[in-house]
Ligand binder design. Structure first.
Ligand code: SAH
Length: 289
């Protein structure tokens, strides 16, 4: 034992004047949200508690919030009372504003010297077009920060009790979108390569095209008995999980009527749900998730 260890003044979390718990967050090293800048923040998949601390800090500071369709109202309630709140998503079947218009609006608001919070569902850079918005900001010299969020591919799997990777089943996982700008199965995806690329495939925006996608995967040698989970409204009280197989999903028109938003997982990891499905009914009324 070090001879002087008994004399050392103890320091560390919770010692001395340092506050603990939530109080410790107050002013504790959050970066400044400067007027005239844009923060692109991922709100997570739905449950408000899945927002990051930096995202929460941004909400408390923002002068204006431009948010997308999948962002929870419960998260928006944490905004400043006098914050200006603008919706930039698709509503009631109406066409969504053009991406370029949203990006220019962000630039316009920042040029008014506001703290602009661009709040997007999940992670802003995962099938969220956040990169395009940042390109416009970078091009106009507006300072921006990207705050990652929990993407549906992580959040939905966790709440469905499906590990994205598991040493016994897969060492890789592949994320793809099941729909292109026209709504069709994306022609840019090489389905033959994708089918053999990874034991686990996670698909965003794919419910409508799942019957066709399953057909392609089967035609490129995927196992017809491979389990498939369709996780609707993940992390929310109304979450539901529909379990099927690739063969059943192939050409099955009933599947396209499952509630959305929904995330699809193909692969053996789906079977872990039998023991890992923890999101019981009794837990669903917690306001934060
Ligand atoms: N940037 C987002 C994805 C936007 S694309 C992210 O990182 O999660 C929208 C798609 O995300 C939906 O069609 C669906 O496939 C998935 N998604 C988003 N929220 C979801 C939720 N709560 N439950 C299931 N899927 C969800």
């Amino acid at each position: 034992m070090n001879s002087d260890s008994g004399n050392k003044k103890k320091s560390g979390p919770g010692q001395g004047a340092h506050p603990r718990g939530f109080a410790a967050l107050d002013g504790a090293g959050f970066p400044e949200f400067a007027p005239g800048s844009v923060w692109l923040v991922g709100a997570g998949p739905g449950a408000p508690g899945l927002l990051s601390l930096l995202g929460y800090h941004a909400l408390c500071q923002a002068d204006v919030i431009v948010y997308d369709a999948l962002v929870s109202d419960r998260i928006l309630k944490w905004a400043r009372g006098d914050a200006q709140i603008e919706f930039a998503g698709k509503r009631g079947g109406k066409p969504s504003p053009r991406q370029q218009d949203i990006s220019l609006r962000l630039a316009e608001l920042a040029n008014e010297n506001k703290r602009v919070l661009r709040l997007k569902g999940g992670d802003p850079l995962t099938f969220g077009r956040g990169g395009e918005e940042c390109q416009v900001l970078a091009g106009t010299g507006i300072p921006f920060r990207i705050v990652p969020g929990i993407t549906a591919g992580a959040g939905a799997l966790a709440y469905a009790g499906i590990p994205a990777t598991h040493r016994d089943t897969n060492q890789s996982v592949l994320f793809l979108t099941g729909h292109d700008s026209s709504g069709d199965v994306p022609a840019d995806i090489d389905w033959e390569k994708v089918s053999s690329a990874s034991p686990v495939i996670v698909m965003y925006m794919a419910v409508r095209n799942l019957p066709k996608i399953a057909e392609r995967m089967l035609s490129f040698g995927r196992n017809p008995n491979e389990p498939v989970a369709i996780i609707s409204n993940a992390t929310l009280p109304e979450q539901s999980v529909h379990a099927t197989t690739l063969a059943d999903a192939c050409g099955n028109r009933d599947i396209v009527r499952l509630p959305t938003p929904a995330l699809i997982v193909v692969g053996k990891v789906v079977d872990f749900r039998e023991t890992l499905d923890w999101y019981a009914d009794a837990l669903r009324e917690n306001a934060l998730g």
